[in-house]
Design a protein around this ligand. Sequence first.
Ligand SMILES: NC(=O)C1=CN([C@@H]2O[C@H](COP(=O)(O)OP(=O)(O)OC[C@H]3O[C@@H](n4cnc5c(N)ncnc54)[C@H](O)[C@@H]3O)[C@@H](O)[C@H]2O)C=CC1
Ligand SMILES: O=C(O)CCC(=O)C(=O)O
Length: 527
Amino acid sequence: MQKVLVMDGVSEEGLRPLRREEDIEVVIGHKMTEDELVRVIPEYDALIVRSATKVTPRVVEAAANLKVIGRAGVGVDNINLEAATARGILVVNAPDGNTIAATEHTIAMMLALARNIPQAVGRLKEGVWDKKAFLGVELRDKTLGIIGLGRIGSAVAKRAQALEMNVAAYDPYITEEKAAGMGVELLSLEDLFARADFITVHMPKTKESYHMIDAAALAQMKDGVRIINCARGGIIEEEALYQAMTAGKVAGAALDVFEKEPNTDSPLLSLPNFIATPHLGASTREAQLNVAVDVSDEIVAALRGKLVKNTVNIPSVNPQVLSAIRPYLGLAEKLGKFLAQLVGGRINKLEVVYSGELAKQEVASLTTAVVKGLLDPILQVNVNFVNAPVLAKNRGIQVFQAIDGEADGYASLITVKVYSDKTEKSVAGTLFGVHDPRIVMIDGYRIDTVPEGYLLYVPHLDKPRIIGPVGVLIGEHNINIAAMQVGRKEVGGRAVMMLSVDAPVPGETLQEIARIEGVLDVKMVSL
Ligand SMILES: NC(=O)C1=CN([C@@H]2O[C@H](COP(=O)(O)OP(=O)(O)OC[C@H]3O[C@@H](n4cnc5c(N)ncnc54)[C@H](O)[C@@H]3O)[C@@H](O)[C@H]2O)C=CC1
Ligand SMILES: O=C(O)CCC(=O)C(=O)O
């Protein structure tokens, strides 16, 4: 039975995909301190959170059985990705389900800001009919500056255009053509600050975006600018915003998010032209159902080892690419595992070259599979697709990936070369048909070996009275030889013998084989 802990009031209805799995137990958690979460987390295989629960390094460290963390929403800044990745815990999110909710909230905040709606409602509820105090501004013909033109930013742009606003954006990661296709002018940040009457931010909180709107940025803006943040607290420096509002530089601001949440004592809340909501951007019935269903589907897939679409800490692979590379994943991992057992010394470099049909695919996941295979026999920790690249980096192993059109007559070929401080070794593999993996080259020697079970690798000199004695020694230990191939480049030169055996050959037999005249080395490999 796998256990999933669901925090932060994720929609119960949306948990249906999890609830219908008989071998998955869903536990609804109440609000917990970090210490409480640290205490209970070892029991769980999966954790689902919104933004309230902080998945800190301590929580991750304690999570002995955790395989996946699901964020029922977009932003994952409450999850320590570095710690999760190092522990091999997959992090997934639900990036599409609340786009419209956050977009509509942004538009609602902009309109509320322009027409002082929250303040007017407050006065009326106090019994004051005050028409004069709440003179607003129109949106038509005003310039809206959007910082971050992703899912929500573009949906905001579309709605602002319907309100007859001029829409400009700053987003260093999208092309001018893409923005132009939305009828949005892409500007530098300075130009956006200089031109916008309203500014709304829609990017994640990163090192780059943290306090992006600070005193210096505010000083570059138009007098009377209005600012909205329905993305993440911390993008706007709140103290600087407070100063700019009291100085009259900023005519109004609307925040759905604060640097510290919950937040009920921000000085901003005392300003009459400041409005705020308690992180309600995603709080619609529809969005909460969408994100809960999406994240539940992802958790089920992750626990079953199936394709997960919205991975945050490993590259997502689109389904078409995945179906092309999936048959090679096992082979790639075995090539790494094979070399790990052949190469001696401290590994410092790995090269993976893809040829033939595979050279046309996105092969990053195959390289991760090779790294996983290479590290698995070496490390004590659990190596998986999430932590393999980090573990390689931490051990100083440089990983290079290249493509080469020539597949040496095969439909596709994966060639892996490993360098250590003592030696270098290479192996190449292919698939015959769809399900038939083969090692076809070792150190440039042609061979044809099924990468499975126990393999004996014996480089030797190409001369009589070597193959026979090796076979006899193995037979004397009652170990059956299932297959044997020899590869050589020239008669009488060096050659490679590969034997598939039905059981591991004991150490003393390996030593006896090594003593046969002409045998250069002997290694037992288990795949
Ligand atoms: N208030 C709420 O309840 C909600 C908040 N959000 C937040 O909204 C934000 C945006 O979400 P999506 O549009 O779905 O994300 P997205 O990933 O589709 O778009 C983000 C955009 O920001 C751009 N960007 C990244 N760094 C930037 C920088 N330094 N300067 C300018 N642009 C930058 C990216 O190129 C991308 O186009 C996220 O932080 C998310 O957490 C999302 C949903 C609900
Ligand atoms: O779950 C929520 O209410 C917040 C959603 C959010 O901030 C996000 O999806 O990034």
